[in-house]
Design a protein around this ligand. Sequence first.
Ligand code: G6Q
Length: 542
Amino acid sequence: MADQISLKEMKEWKALEGHYARVKDMHLRDLFSQDPKRAEKFTVEAAGVYFDYSKHRVTATTVNLLCDLAEASGLREKIEDMFTGEKINLTEGRAVLHTALRAPKNATVVVDGENVVPHVHAVLEKMEQFADKVRAGEWKGHTGKPIRNIVNIGIGGSDLGPVMAYEALKDYSDRKLTFRFVSNVDGTDFAEAVRDLRPEETLFIVASKTFTTLETMTNATTARDWALKALKDEAAIAKHFVAVSTNASKVSGFGIDTENMFGFWDWVGGRYSMFSAIGLSTMIAIGPKHFREMLSGAHEMDVHYRNAPFEENLPALMGLLGLWYTDFFGAQSIAVLPYEQYLKRFPAYLQQLTMESNGKSVTLDGHKTDYQTGQVYWGEPGTNGQHSFYQLIHQGTKLIPCDFIAFAKPRHKLGRHHDLLLANVFAQAEALAFGKTAEELKDEGVKDWLIPHKTFEGNRPSTTMLLDELTPAGLGRLVALYEHAVFTQGAVWRIGSFDQWGVELGKVLAGRIAPELEAAEEPVLAHDTSTNALIRRYRSRR
Ligand code: G6Q
């Protein structure tokens, strides 16, 4: 790779530094009072998402400078490289084509000389046939009983997307079927997931790209033992186990007929895989039609990201705003606050998407970054969070930009619930931005000594995203929005957003420690003194 000047030496970065010094103390109260059109100017609506970023500590110049930085960082070209199947995952030598998973049938995306879109649609059709059979009660278990329970076994990218989507779209799911998700190697996860299930009515989806992941293979083996204990016939495996994987030989080695395997490809990263066959449980839950709608929603956002100018481009704006706070204001985290109970697993899903992607401190050409990358994402649904951690966001010492997500229509019309929910999300964004001054408190007659405690500085930034309704398409749009925001940041930061070497070391060390825990004879330990002591303590107490 040709040497390029470092990010912080770029004139666009330096322009932002100068600009930051000028605007850092500006207050949102003033920005709003100076410009009656501020809300309008800093709201973009695209792909079904009304995206109000007016309550951010930005001016029109900030937005222009951030977009200049994106342009100068080659974001436009990098987006094209991703969409056209260039091997942009350099450290693994792979293309990055989750966008091809939601491309329409007539699209062409070429990887290694081959159009992958027909393969995507062939797998989708195979998934549809299977999902329809299960949903119709036509897929029978070994004893002839229809399947009623679906247990997805997978971890990380093979779990978080499916479980989030299942919870998000539960209102669309077939309530005759029970869904469970097992990920943790902690046996409690499996034991609790199956304790009230009958093996003869239970289907396991073993979801693993590699089919070698310790947790998933351990759980899958336990599931096989659990099923065979009741069904007492190896032939039952074919009816009660299907696999989602890229590794056919490992799948058949486990005893699953590759007829019952749903494939995907090395150009689908784990945390970008919920729209691939990894979403089989989602499709069984909500049905093929709704699954297709989810794909269309994501595709709509893909088209927007690829074509819209950065100033009007939701994922680009979202990514650049995150970078503005991370690299200039020194913010460490972003709170994701969906005012929609069905999105309760969305923050957990985003944690992997964002933190595994952009939690890197070395650039693609191997240099240590001298700027901050990847924020800590966290959150809970509103209004629950308001009664817990919002205190720190309102009055604490840390700057925590917030993403509020809300829907105009409720999934359940119940009395005043939805109006109250929405009143709260709007109120929180308002309170964070504008706060409450000492003068206002004085006018209200608050005693002097209490005023410091009751003052809200305000100037705490947030985005409010308002969608019409939580539909499969809406979920697709939201997920794709965040995926591309992550891409935007990774492109500017010059890091590899699509590998995850940071998860490897712990796996290797656990592989070394496990036999030491299980050895019959006292093992000779050669770790540090702390780890040695912990191992001995565990062995003496287990
Ligand atoms: C995601 C990661 C990781 C992966 C899991 C499961 O991007 O690669 O979370 O999804 O480790 O891997 P398998 O699907 O191979 O079991």
